[in-house]
Each structure stands twice: as structure tokens, then as C-alpha cells.
Design a protein around this ligand. Structure first.
Ligand code: SF4
Length: 399
């Protein structure tokens, strides 16, 4: 298999000051002592992939977590230098950092800009202080607003905020108030996520024990509809099921995922897709550090020749590699692409798979059209408004 020419790059930061009770991401609190070793290991992994993939072009970089803004700014700057040393970063690449509102100070913002970061994603979650406490967040609504304004004043023109709905104790009134505050700020981009009670999290257990009320799924659906209305009235483009933006300010990094394009994830628990291979990194930060920059690193050096699969398999931190055959790649391309309001471009799909989607999925597309869930035009296939509400139902038909 040839090496990918260009990739989106995800860099995982598994540190948080405290662990939120609903979170099941691969993140940890109380391991700050690992940060210097972790940054050294990340640099080793970035160098390794730059060599193994013959220095591909990087179209976007996303520091996610965890709480990337929890890293010292010098470390972020050092990681950016390392990325530029190891990869061919496009001059216009979108470079995003996820930030907790409490970390967003003018000094830090200046340093982020100097390091080349050009997009900030602020984890606001809610503008209701009581709900922020339910979520175990450390910031207040007022701090979130201050952080947003500070980002603009520092010179970030591309700022996104994250909001959550479908929360315990949240009613339509508090959700509408959060929506109104959000659109008054008028950020270029807003992501909205419905809370999922992940098994084994403290919040899921509290709900199971009756200590916390179970969120109402019907109310959450109404909150989503209310969000659609509010955002439409404010002129935002609902370009993906959970994402709204002003024109031209869609998340380029996430568009690479939704278009099923190649991406490389570095850091413990990160996933990668370098067609036709999908693979993931082991989850333990300690083991990750040990294998990449500890005494064991020399014994586990990756090979720099052989085909793509041999190179992936030789990397010491990769746990699982899966080959995605053309049928599955095609189904995943449909599933991910239909999340977008642009839908599936017929020309792009045909170039990629050698046949148009209406040939590949004739019966499925006819059925979804007859149910009013999808429209198949000459240029593109898109979900209808109803299809968006029943997205999972639609996507499952392609598998
Ligand atoms: S800050 Fe984000 S990543 Fe960290 S524990 Fe909370 S939800 Fe999880």
C-alpha cells in the first residue's frame, strides 16, 4: 500500500485537573508528574511517524483530550516545532487547541498564537452555573464568557464553543437561556452534544442508583429542535448533525473525519485511519511513555522500510490494526458523509469507488427516499430534515 500523501493529525493530551463525572475518555487527573515524560514521548512518536510515512502533508492539527490547555505553553510550542520538523505542515493548515475556560488567560493566548495555533475550541458546556456543577466542571458561566472575549481580544478569529444538552436537571428554559447567551456571543462555530450516560462513569452510576434524575430522551430531542431553530434564525449553517458554523468556518479537521479521509492520531488511546488500515494506540500513559522514551524505547524501535502495514505493525505503541475492505470503506463513507449538510458528492464518490452511490446502494437509497429520509440528486445525496433526526436509523441501512 502506498503511503498517504496528506493527513489530518490528532494529538492526544490525557491530562485533566479533575475528572468530570460523565467522562469516559482516556484521560486522567492526578498524574501531572508524567507531563514532562509524556511530552518527550509524544515528540518521539511524532518523529517516528514523520519518518515512517515519508513526511506527508498535514492539512490540519487538533490538540484534543483531555485538556490540552492544561499543558505548559512551552510544551505546546515544543510540540508544534516537532510537528513542523517531522511533517510538511500546510501554511494554511487549521490548528486547533481544546481549552478549558479557566486556562484561557491573555498570556497563554499570546503564546498559543506565537506557536502557530489558529483555532480555539472552548469547552463551555453550559451557561448555567448549577448545571456546570452537575457536570463537575471547574468553571462558571461568567468565566466562560470572559475566556471567549479574551480569545477574540488576543487575536483568535476562529473560536468554537462546545455546549451540552440532555442533562440531568436541565429543562427547556435553562437550555434556551444557554442558547441565547451563546448566540449573543456570536462565535464562528458552535458544537452541541447530547449527554451520553457511559457505563461505569460516576454519573451513570448515580442515575442507576436513583441519586441523579435520568435525562429525558424526548426532552433532549426537543432541545435539539430548539437549537436548530435558534441557530437558523441567527444565520448559522447547520453543516453537520452536531455542528453549526458561520460561512467558511466549518471545522476542517473534523471534515476530514466526516469525509472518511486519512488521519493519524498520536498519544495513548488515539485512533488512526491510513487506508486501508485503521489502528489504535495502547491506552496507558505510563506504558506509552516507557515504550517511546523510557529505557525500553531502543528495544522497540519501529522499522522504516517495508510496506505500510509492516511499518504500522512495527510501531511499539500500536495495539490493534484492522484492514478496512472496500465494501466497508464505502459504507463508512456513506455513513460519515451523510452527517454533512453537503451530503455525499456523487463525483467524489464515483472517483473513489468506481461507481456512483445510486449503483452501489440502489435498493437502500430507493427505500430511504420513499421513507422521506434522503434525497438523491444528480450531484449529491443528502439527508432530509427528518433523516437528520433519525440519522442512526439511516446509517445502519448501509451496513
Ligand atoms: S475536562 Fe473533558 S476530558 Fe477532562 S474529564 Fe472533563 S469531560 Fe473529560
Amino acid at each position: 500500500m502506498p503511503m498517504p500523501d496528506s493527513i489530518a493529525l490528532y494529538i492526544h493530551v490525557p491530562f485533566c485537573e479533575t475528572k468530570c463525572p460523565y467522562c469516559d475518555f482516556n484521560t486522567y487527573s492526578g498524574i501531572d508528574g508524567l507531563i514532562p515524560g509524556y511530552v518527550a514521548a509524544l515528540k518521539a512518536e511524532l518523529h517516528q511517524w514523520g519518518k515512517l510515512l515519508a513526511r506527508p502533508t498535514v492539512t490540519s492539527i487538533f490538540f484534543g483530550g483531555g485538556t490540552p490547555s492544561y499543558l505548559p505553553t512551552d510544551d505546546l510550542g515544543g510540540l508544534m516545532d516537532c510537528v513542523r520538523d517531522s511533517f510538511d505542515v500546510q501554511p494554511e493548515a487549521e490548528i486547533t487547541l481544546e481549552a478549558n475556560p479557566g486556562d484561557v488567560t491573555p498570556d497563554r493566548l499570546r503564546s498559543y498564537l506565537e506557536s502557530g495555533l489558529n483555532r480555539l475550541s472552548i469547552g463551555v458546556q453550559s451557561f448555567d452555573d448549577e448545571l456546570l456543577k452537575v457536570l463537575g466542571r471547574r468553571h462558571t458561566a461568567s468565566e466562560a464568557m470572559t475566556a471567549y472575549h479574551a480569545a477574540l481580544e488576543a487575536g483568535f478569529s476562529n473560536v468554537s464553543i462546545d455546549l451540552m444538552y440532555g442533562l440531568p436537571y436541565q429543562d427547556m428554559g435553562t437550555w434556551q437561556a444557554t442558547l441565547e447567551t451563546a448566540v449573543e456571543l456570536s462565535p464562528p462555530h458552535i458544537s452541541m452534544y447530547c449527554l451520553t450516560l457511559e457505563g461505569g462513569t460516576p454519573m451513570e452510576q448515580a442515575v442507576a442508583l436513583g441519586q441523579t434524575p435520568e435525562p429525558d430522551a424526548d426532552l433532549a430531542a426537543d432541545m435539539y429542535l430548539a437549537a436548530q431553530d435558534t441557530m437558523r434564525e441567527q444565520g448559522y449553517r447547520h453543516y453537520e448533525i452536531s455542528n453549526w458554523s458561520k460561512n467558511g468556518l466549518e471545522s476542517l479537521h473534523n471534515l476530514a473525519y466526516w469525509r472518511n479521509q486519512p488521519y493519524l492520531g498520536v498519544g495513548p488511546g488515539a485512533h488512526s485511519y491510513l487506508p486501508p488500515y485503521r489502528f489504535s494506540c495502547l491506552k496507558s500513559p505510563r506504558r506509552y511513555i516507557d515504550l517511546l522514551s523510557g529505557p525500553a524505547a531502543k528495544r522497540h524501535a519501529a522499522v522504516e522500510d517495508g510496506d505500510l502495514l509492516a511499518r504500522i505493525r512495527s510501531t511499539p505503541t500500536i495495539e490493534a490494526v484492522e484492514t478496512i475492505d472496500r465494501e466497508l470503506e464505502m459504507a463508512e463513507t456513506m455513513m460519515m458523509g451523510l452527517r454533512l449538510d453537503d451530503g455525499i458528492g456523487v463525483t467524489d464518490f464515483t472517483q473513489r469507488f468506481g461507481k456512483p452511490p445510486v449503483d452501489a446502494y440502489a435498493d437502500t437509497i430507493a427505500e430511504l427516499e420513499s421513507l422521506g429520509l434522503l434525497t438523491a440528486g444528480v450531484d449529491s445525496l443528502r439527508l432530509t430534515h427528518r433523516g437528520r433526526m433519525l440519522g442512526n436509523e439511516v446509517f445502519s441501512r448501509f451496513f
